[in-house]
Write a protein that binds this ligand. Sequence first.
Ligand code: SF4
Ligand code: SF4
Length: 182
Amino acid sequence: MSLPLLPDRDCGGCVECCRVIPLNLPELAKPTGELCAYCVDGAGCSVHAIRPQTCRVWFCLWRVVELSDDWRPDRSGVIVRPDGVEDGIITLYVVRPTEFLGGEDFFATVAGWIAEGIEVALSIPGPVGTYPARAVVTDWLRPAVEAGYHPAFVDRVLRSLDRLAEHDFQPDGVTARYAVAS
Ligand code: SF4
Ligand code: SF4
């Protein structure tokens, strides 16, 4: 899926998807959670001109919809995944818990999505090389959203993440392979 990107927004120093998104292509395979060996700290993709097609078309929703700068995944710890959006589901992939989850911006945005009838899922990564855990939490969050009660919303988000952390994470079966021609 390729969504139209917002103009005047780029990834900057964020490389979160080069770490947490699994790839299993002939020229590039990397387990979930392993930072791509082509990713250079502070400089981004070292094979940018010849990067795989998957890398060219995969963007988190921070690149697509009007979310504040604080939502940039390396700042917020949250990757808003693009998959599922066309079916009315937004998955918040919490790759790292941060104070952002307790902030007004996160609450107002998620509450707005739920009020619009969008389903919301929370997801977390497991150990490197395993599939993430994920659960739809719309109905669990809805009472706090409808009451406009921020502390209860945060509490329910954190309790959801704690439950997800108990998940029996399964291996993704991907063996690292770095063979993009240079
Ligand atoms: S090839 Fe480049 S864009 Fe693709 S995962 Fe690796 S560093 Fe990221
Ligand atoms: S997670 Fe989003 S903002 Fe970060 S590098 Fe990937 S597409 Fe860019």
